[in-house]
Design a protein around this ligand. Structure first.
Ligand code: SAH
Length: 433
């Protein structure tokens, strides 16, 4: 979502004369768009700021420096005191006010701080997103979260749940399709709890996905990130009935232990998750799953961790993000007893990642010999090569003419690497055979 937000910041600054530069050295305005989800991401802001300050000092007052995003939202005052040379600090819900903030920053001496949760929606004030010559685009349909998982800062930094109206989403999607976008990834912190206002009531994400699939040019739809307890019948049905909805689902489970899931306030058990996966796989048998995991949540024992390993072994994921629990200021889990030792967290993470990596490799290897529809979206590593994405989000390299870029093409997978696949055009393959 930060990638999407950054693009929208560029969109709203374009009419007042800004364009993207290659790097910070010749920029008139540098915006650090930040993430607060784990301590490591948040701390990086201050080291990056130190580096940018040197560039700013050499520019004799011709460069503005801004901190945007969730660190700005959560730690605005701290940034002010640790880095008073920053010109603007603003959160994820106020960047539609950027032109006005820039004007103020030029006028006034001190830092412009805007970390409101404004009553108006920024989406009502942003220009229509542009395709920008690409084939795949993000589209935010939902923002914020009301779940209050005990480890998570999102409800405090992004604010409460908000769904964009259906008509606004459809307009953006049509515009992107006309601009050449073939694949849309719907975004939200809790995307499948989408309930967008429409003329005939509220639409779920399943219904929205089916409607988006009808837009001329849109060949692929994805969504992220979903919350297991909010997967409803309509969404499961969409996986069965809407071929444009890709057979790949990021469905964070966090832990395989009921005790830990309950302490996390996840509102589902490990067996609920297993049953949900069964229903989804029944609807779409070729569905591949990825997930998020946290190891070393307060109170997690060896037995609890083993429950996570067992769940992973059983479900078989094709990819995953896994993290050591990171206590976040202001969240309930940060104050819980039973914080897990650093070395223990490290060892558990290594064991979990070994298993997840082995599953990813096994899945990639199982693709060899198969023909897959791949969206070719740009140049590959070598001349004459294109890079694309399989339905399962695997990177696929193929020797193919540049004119095929932007098309969905059948490729025969020849080789599997840990993080990518190599393929030949299925049409060529038939000629050779
Ligand atoms: N609503 C989103 C949250 C995005 S954060 C979602 O459910 O995916 C992405 C992942 O970061 C989470 O799924 C979780 O696995 C991890 N995460 C969030 N807070 C964390 C924390 N305090 N420590 C470690 N990992 C965390």
């Amino acid at each position: 979502m930060n990638v999407y937000d950054s693009e929208r910041m560029a969109d709203i600054l374009a009419p007042v004369g800004y364009e993207i530069t290659e790097g910070p050295d010749d920029a008139d305005l540098v915006i650090l768009n930040t993430c607060h989800i784990r301590e490591k991401a948040a701390e990086k802001v201050y080291s990056d700021l130190g580096r940018l300050r040197l560039i700013k000092d050499g520019r004799e007052g011709t460069m503005l420096l801004a901190v945007a995003g969730c660190v700005a939202q959560a730690e605005g005052e701290e940034i002010l005191s640790r880095a008073p040379y920053v010109d603007m600090i603003f959160g994820p819900q106020t960047y539609h006010r950027l032109p006005e903030m820039v004007a103020r920053a030029h006028r006034q001496a001190g830092t412009v701080l805007d970390t409101d949760f404004p009553p108006e929606s920024k989406f009502d004030h942003l220009p229509a997103p542009s395709a920008g010559g690409r084939t795949s685009a993000f589209l935010t349909i939902q923002e914020g979260c009301d779940k209050f998982c005990t480890f998570c800062v999102v409800p405090y930094t992004r604010g409460s749940e908000f769904s964009r109206p259906v008509a606004q989403v459809m307009d953006d999607a049509r515009g992107l399709a006309v601009g050449g976008i073939r694949e849309i990834t719907l975004l939200g912190q809790n995307v499948n709890n989408y309930h967008g206002a429409a003329a005939d009531g509220e639409w779920s994400m399943g219904r929205l996905a089916a409607e988006l699939a009808g837009i001329e040019g849109i060949q692929r739809i994805r969504y992220t990130t979903s919350y297991p307890a909010d997967v409803d019948e309509e969404l499961i049905a969409a996986h069965r009935d809407v071929p444009e909805l890709m057979p790949y689902l990021h469905l964070p489970v966090q832990s395989g232990s009921d005790k830990v899931l309950s302490a996390m306030n996840r509102r589902h058990s490990a067996d609920d998750y297993r049953r949900l996966v069964d229903q989804l796989r029944a609807a779409r048998p070729d569905l591949a799953l990825s997930s998020d995991f946290i190891v070393g949540f307060p109170g997690e024992t060896d037995r609890d961790f083993q429950d996570t390993m067992d769940l992973v072994a059983e479900i078989e994921f094709v990819g995953a993000y896994s993290f050591k629990y990171s206590p976040r200021p202001g969240t309930p889990a940060a104050a819980m007893g039973g914080q897990v030792d650093k070395t223990e967290k490290k060892n558990r993470l290594a064991a979990l990642q070994d298993l997840l990596n082995a599953q990813q490799r096994a899945f990639n290897e199982s693709c060899v010999g198969r023909t897959m529809a791949v969206l070719l979206d740009g140049p590959g590593r070598h001349p004459g090569q294109l890079l694309g994405r399989s339905p399962y989000m695997q990177a696929v390299h193929v020797d193919a003419p540049a004119r095929m870029s932007g098309e969905v093409v059948d490729l025969k997978i020849e080789t599997a690497h840990p993080n990518s696949l190599a393929a030949v055009l299925a049409a060529d393959e038939r000629v050779v055979a």
